[in-house]
Design a protein around this ligand. Structure first.
Ligand SMILES: NC(=O)C1=CN([C@@H]2O[C@H](COP(=O)(O)OP(=O)(O)OC[C@H]3O[C@@H](n4cnc5c(N)ncnc54)[C@H](OP(=O)(O)O)[C@@H]3O)[C@@H](O)[C@H]2O)C=CC1
Ligand SMILES: CC(=O)[C@@H](O)[C@H](O)COP(=O)(O)O
Ligand SMILES: [Mn+2]
Length: 399
């Protein structure tokens, strides 16, 4: 029997890559449910191709249109509406695998719902873990969910762990496995060599033009500020049960090495591949087996040289803020994530400059760094409070 997959955020970059891999393996996977935000036409096309039992989206007006179009095409997909239905589908009795690929804090509740039903959860939505770290991992343990990282770096690190540790990486001991450090690689984004004096003039279109990866707009801006690497630093802290001092960020502009694990005997294991998310997606969908992904194989004879560097703190202030937040604890990371979502959206709407993103994040972190948030209600309240504060402070940066 094919394993039944729910894709949260099917209309996004990760959602589409997941469907691409699933389409290559109809004997292994079938689509139980797709969820989207606003891209109703794309969702319709996906329903016509994959014929899921359910499709869900945010607005009643979109749902009405989708139902009409599906009826015209004779497609029997049942259409549901509203955020609560994403969580229902994520925890559906018939779901075997849940791909968590909604962007931002909106992904937390549906992803947690999948965890609480003990599903195999493929985690792309790093913001969910950054917002709720310990609570999320405790839920994974309590409900015996299987958590597999999709983020390319964390998937690479996972692949470089000893198999015994892979089974419970979020509660194992890296030192007992002989691991001395996690080397988290990052490209440095599109502005790695841009004159700092020009940073105020950076436009959204320049910021979303990642040199190596094609991704959604929010994560692309995060890569440009290196907040993405900061969020990934916090993500790694929870996924691999380690402390900030166990993780080092290494710039690797080519994005061919997706991260590395350093062992105490001097060995360093790395995972390499062309920058294409279908590799980690295929890895996690089939784990522990391997399946084809249609990703172009690496050709070592045409690869240029690999380079490595330390990130410059003045070029990437968001990275430093995220590492500080990780040291402070849960309240700080929840508040920083929320502030960053507000700041990135304001930048994309051309309300604030590129450099204002870090300034706004710094203000929110300073205000909420010592706040505590361990229960879900506290986390959601702090997320809301930090967003409100960021919105209020935003006025000082409007250009
Ligand atoms: N893209 C990549 O290569 C990588 C992405 N990730 C992570 O994966 C996640 C998804 O990223 P990506 O695919 O690039 O993002 P996209 O912006 O391309 O897609 C986001 C998806 O989430 C949906 N969505 C947005 N807002 C809401 C909401 N409020 N409620 C429900 N659904 C919503 C969108 O729906 P719609 O478009 O219909 O409005 C879309 O399906 C992010 O957390 C990102 O950090 C991690 C590593 C790599
Ligand atoms: C593909 C993926 O996992 C992204 O998170 C990627 O890491 C972005 O590239 P940066 O290294 O520039 O953040
Ligand atoms: Mn990544």
């Amino acid at each position: 029997m094919p394993r039944q997959v729910v894709i949260l955020g099917s209309t996004g970059s990760i959602g589409c890559s997941t469907l691409d891999v699933i389409a290559q393996h109809p004997e292994r996977f079938s689509v139980l449910a797709l969820t989207a935000g606003r891209q109703v036409e794309k969702l319709l096309q996906q329903c016509l191709v994959f014929n899921p039992r359910f499709a869900a989206l945010l607005l009643e007006s979109d749902a009405r249109w989708l139902r009409e179009q599906l009826a015209i095409s004779g497609c029997k997909t049942e259409v549901l509406v509203g955020e609560a239905t994403f969580a229902e589908l994520a925890g559906h009795t018939d779901a075997d695998i849940v791909m968590a690929a909604i962007v931002g804090a909106a992904g937390l509740l549906p992803t947690l719902a999948a965890v609480k039903q003990g599903k195999t959860v493929l985690l792309a939505n790093k913001e969910a873990l950054v917002m709720s770290g310990e609570l999320f991992i405790d839920a994974v343990k309590q409900h015996q969910a299987i958590l597999l990282p999709i983020d390319s770096e964390h998937n690479a690190i996972f692949q470089c762990l000893p198999p015994a540790l892979q089974a419970h990486s979020y509660q194992g001991s890296l030192p007992q496995a002989g691991i001395s450090k996690i080397l988290l690689t990052g490209s440095g984004g599109p502005f790695r060599q841009t004159d700092l004096a020009l940073f105020d003039q950076i436009t959204p279109e320049q910021a979303v033009a990642h040199p190596n990866w094609t991704m959604g707009r929010k994560i692309s801006v995060d890569s440009a500020t290196m907040m993405n690497k900061g969020l990934e630093f916090i993500e790694a802290r929870w996924l691999f049960n380690c402390q900030p001092q166990d993780i080092e960020v290494v710039l690797h502009p080519q994005s061919i090495i997706h991260s590395m694990v350093q062992y105490s005997d001097g060995s360093v294991l790395a995972q390499l591949g062309n920058p294409d998310m279908r590799t980690p997606i295929a890895h996690a969908l089939a784990f522990p087996e391997r399946i084809a992904s249609n990703v172009k194989p690496l050709d070592f004879f045409s690869l240029g040289s690999f380079t490595f560097a330390r990130p410059e703190p003045e070029r990437y202030p968001c990275l430093g803020l995220a590492i500080d937040a990780c040291r402070h604890g849960q309240g700080a990371t929840t508040a920083l994530n929320a502030a960053n979502e507000v700041a990135v959206e304001a930048f994309l709407q051309q309300q604030i400059s590129f450099t204002a993103i870090a300034k706004l994040n710094a203000l929110c972190l300073a205000r909420f760094a010592s706040h505590h948030a361990s229960q879900l209600d506290d986390i959601l309240a702090l997320d809301a409070e930090s967003r409100a504060y960021a919105q209020q402070q935003l006025r000082n940066f409007v250009q």
